[in-house]
Design a binder for this molecule. Structure first.
Ligand code: FMN
Length: 377
């Protein structure tokens, strides 16, 4: 357990309201997207997922787990989708309950690109990617860990169809009752694979120069904003993470260009994953793209990765960001906002139950002040 005490002489900035595009958030504590592998047959959201999100409705904003926009976009077992009517119906329960609990919720639109395996692909096909470059390491499949395969490089004329799948996922998210969507452009999945030069060796207008590599991100974002309108679409990017075999020769140049390319689209926010100064993942020798992104993008900014209540408060007060999202701490503390406000102890996350399983480690984390063994409502 850990306790974070914030100054008590005034309301900390973390708990002040903020407008994100069309959304009014009661506080700046956002629940970060987290894959939990609890979807059912047909990648349909389950009642357990409804309980989990409802328990966390006091977040300023919830961003759901990554949700695939097409059967080709899947990369992990038991992850939800947003490309069938049954999936939409499952999500409708989630959004209804979060709204009944007074919350706001965005769906994270996801295409994994090369982070997949033929055993998860339609007709056992190869995963797709900007270039035929195999990620290092192994992929989680229903049959356990297996080596990655070399993906099939997408033809230029296939890209409009993938962009249309993001738009169709966005349209279905509306039917499912979400308040908006976040495009998953982070962590080594398809959009990020186009952005960084370690995974994008294309020679068409989607590869090579930085302005070519940000084109896919911009076109996906334009298409999704075309569905939702301004102020309802966020974009998530990760600037220096090497997760999923990622590398870029110039992260500051690439990601400030990406931020610039998104600046005129009327996004609700830009969500940047870059380790907080002094956090466990922080490396003082690594480049920091956040300041250049803040300068290039004039809409609301959300940051993530290794923040606690104190460092989040400091980041907002210094003007580095407007919002902060929390993943592991929200997973383990359904009432995280209340705990931060009270300076209360935090439950420790149990990583053995992060990815898959039942209610244990999912909907049974106790709320603060509940009788021993009590869980969130
Ligand atoms: C269990 C788990 C699942 C995650 N799944 C996703 C995901 O689906 N989409 C995403 O963008 N990031 C995902 N992440 C990354 C988190 O959103 C976040 O960037 C990371 O955990 C660092 O934030 P933290 O220090 O507050 O935990 C996941 C993280 C965890 C712990």
């Amino acid at each position: 357990m850990s306790v974070t005490q914030l100054p008590t002489d005034q309301v900390p900035a973390l708990f002040t309201p903020f407008s994100v595009g069309a959304l009014q958030l009661p506080n700046r504590v956002v629940m970060a997207p987290m894959t939990r592998n609890r979807a059912g047959a047909g990648n349909v959201p389950t009642p357990m997922m409804t309980t989990y999100y409802r328990q966390r409705a006091s977040a300023g904003l919830i961003v759901t787990e990554g949700t695939q926009v097409s059967p080709v976009g899947i990369g992990y077992p038991n992850t939800p989708g947003i490309h069938t009517d049954e999936q939409v119906a499952g999500w409708q329960h989630v959004t209804r309950e979060v709204h009944a609990g007074g919350g706001r919720i965005l769906l994270q639109l996801w295409h994994v690109g090369r982070i997949s395996h033929p055993s998860m692909q339609p007709n056992g096909g190869l995963p797709v990617a900007p270039s035929a470059i195999k990620p290092d390491g192994q992929v989680y499949t229903a049959q356990g860990l297996q080596p990655f395969v070399t993906p099939r490089a997408l033809d230029t004329q296939e890209l409009p169809q993938i962009i249309a799948q993001f738009a169709e996922g966005a349209r279905r998210a509306k039917v499912a009752g979400f308040d908006g969507v976040e495009i998953h452009g982070a962590n080594g999945y398809l959009v990020d694979q186009f952005l960084r030069d370690g995974s994008n060796h294309r020679s068409d207008r989607y590869g090579g120069s930085i302005s070519n590599r940000v084109r896919f991100l911009r076109e996906v974002s334009q298409a999704v904003v075309g569905v939702w309108g301004e102020g309802r679409v966020g974009v998530r990017l990760s600037t220096i993470s090497s997760f999923n075999s990622m590398h870029d020769s110039d992260p500051v140049g690439t990601f400030s260009a990406a931020a610039r390319a998104l600046d005129d689209l009327g996004l609700a926010y830009l969500h940047i994953v870059e380790p907080a100064l002094g956090s466990a993942g922080y490396d003082s020798s690594a480049p920091r793209a956040l300041p250049a992104i803040r300068a290039a993008f004039h809409g609301p900014l959300m940051v993530n990765d290794g923040y606690d209540a104190r460092t989040a408060e400091a980041a907002i007060l210094s003007g580095e960001t407007d919002l902060v999202s929390f993943a592991a701490q929200f997973l383990a503390n359904p009432d995280l906002v209340k705990r931060f406000r009270a300076g209360a102890p935090l439950n420790a996350p149990d990583s053995s139950t992060f990815y898959g399983g039942d209610e244990r480690g999912y909907t049974d984390y106790p709320v603060y002040g509940a009788a021993l063994g009590g869980v969130a409502a």
